[in-house]
Design a protein around this ligand. Structure first.
Ligand SMILES: C[S@@+](CC[C@H](N)C(=O)[O-])C[C@H]1O[C@@H](n2cnc3c(N)ncnc32)[C@H](O)[C@@H]1O
Length: 351
């Protein structure tokens, strides 16, 4: 049997194991077994016995739902390679575009402040720090194992030359989280858990990945609601929230934001297959002032999250340095229209 035939023989079983990308997985597993790059696979060659056995072992694990990235130990995300393994959510490599509106929003501001709520392995925080070395990036994660991966990834990125991020172990739904940043943040980005408890899921998500990363109460909104509250408190007027919520909340989220006058300019974004993926919303100016008594000069309340810089230096910004800030009234002056999801054809993710 040729290497190509061996790889092809694994595609069907991997697809039956509910992988959306069976061809890509089969090739990557062969490359992993052989210790080579996918580009170097010689489909017409003959596999040696050891490589073939290792490929079958890896294929068996993948068929049972073990995430690809747990097998390879790395997850590509937005141009970075992040370490992952059992105990941490695998950043979705096909969803790296979620950082684009965040990066676009920061264009024109100097030394912006960015917060990633529910950072997991650190994906969004590190991707933005990579693109904006002048940014002061904070990332919050509740789970010890996930936090450990974020720390290692942050250290790797500093070693690779990126600016260090500030990691915080804490609960993003806590009213005291990042209290010192209230009203001073330019972008909040978040991919929180959002699946309703007891929703049947493929083993990759329902069994192998940590449930704290997937499930969030009976309606799936327990953490999302906290993220919205925290974002409303942290963002400066004109600041941007980028919130991933998946197709499960494609209807709920626009309704939630339409009823929330702290946000304006809602934008809905679908993934490449047409499924609702994330939204963006602008922090509106509130007449009462959302940040009364808040801001960086306040001391942190007791019980606030543990704060540990993950290396590198953090630059402070001057509060007046953001040319992109909307003036009072500009955001609320525009009524929040409920936008429609972009229509796109749905298709199978991988041939
Ligand atoms: C869906 S995963 C996303 C991780 C990362 N943002 C990504 O896209 O790869 C959600 C993450 O939120 C964390 N999490 C869940 N509840 C949390 C909470 N209340 N506060 C902080 N982090 C939380 C989980 O441990 C998990 O790492």
């Amino acid at each position: 049997m040729t290497i190509g035939a061996l790889i092809d023989s694994a595609v069907g079983p991997i697809a039956e194991g509910l992988s959306p990308t069976p061809h890509r997985d089969a090739e990557e597993l062969y490359a992993l077994a052989a210790g080579i790059a996918v580009a170097d696979i010689d489909r017409d060659g003959e596999p040696d016995e050891k490589t073939a056995d290792e490929f079958r072992r890896l294929t068996g694990a993948r068929v049972s739902g073990v995430p690809m990235a747990y097998l390879t130990g790395v997850a590509p995300f937005a141009g970075l390679e992040l370490r992952v393994g059992a105990g941490v959510f695998v950043p979705r490599r096909d969803f790296g575009d979620v950082v684009e509106p965040a990066v676009a929003h920061l264009a024109g501001s100097t030394a912006p402040v960015v917060v990633d709520l529910c950072t997991g392995a650190g994906a969004h925080a590190l991707a933005i720090a990579h693109r904006r070395p002048d940014a002061e990036v904070h990332a919050v994660e509740i789970d010890e194992q996930a936090y450990g991966f974020a720390e290692r990834n942050a250290a790797d990125r500093v070693a690779a030359g990126d600016t260090g991020i500030n990691l915080h172990r804490g609960d993003v739904t806590s009213p005291g989280v990042l209290a010192e940043l209230a009203g001073s943040v330019d972008v909040v980005v978040s991919n929180p858990p959002f699946v309703p408890e007891r929703t049947p899921l493929p083993p990759e998500f329902g069994v192998h990945q940590p449930s704290i990363a997937i499930f969030a109460g009976a309606d799936g909104l327990r953490v999302i609601r906290g993220v919205i509250e925290t974002a409303a408190r942290l963002l400066r007027p004109g600041g941007l929230l980028v919130l991933e919520h998946g197709h499960l909340h494609g209807e709920t989220m626009p309704a939630l934001f339409a009823a929330d006058d702290r946000f304006a300019d809602l934008g809905l974004h679908a993934d490449q297959f047409g499924y609702p993926l994330y939204l963006v919303a602008t922090r509106a100016w509130s007449r009462a002032g959302p940040f009364a008594g808040g801001g960086r000069l306040r001391s942190r309340p007791p019980g606030d999250v543990r704060r540990r810089p993950a290396g590198g230096t953090v630059r402070r910004r001057s509060p007046s340095a953001d040319p992109g800030v909307r003036r009072p009234g500009s955001a609320t002056a525009r009524p929040l229209r409920r936008p429609a999801w972009p229509r796109r054809p749905r298709c199978a993710p991988d041939g």
